[in-house]
Design a protein around this ligand. Sequence first.
Ligand SMILES: [Zn+2]
Length: 76
Amino acid sequence: MAVPKKKVSKGRSSRRYKTYVKKQHKKILDKLVLVDCPQCKEKKIAHQVCKTCGTYNGRQVLDMEKKTEKVTKVLA
Ligand SMILES: [Zn+2]
């Protein structure tokens, strides 16, 4: 069985992990396709519910009034 010659330090492993996370993040960002929402003309991720008006494929999916209520409660 192959055995590592030396212990990998915390710094070295965290550095490796950081670059790995960066790479994965970039991969996800490259795959994202932004399109204009047909309802509110705002930019949204393709094949996902619009986060500004809460519609998908021409019908209301998310209750935006409740969402804004929550936000105002947090702010107050
Ligand atoms: Zn929209």
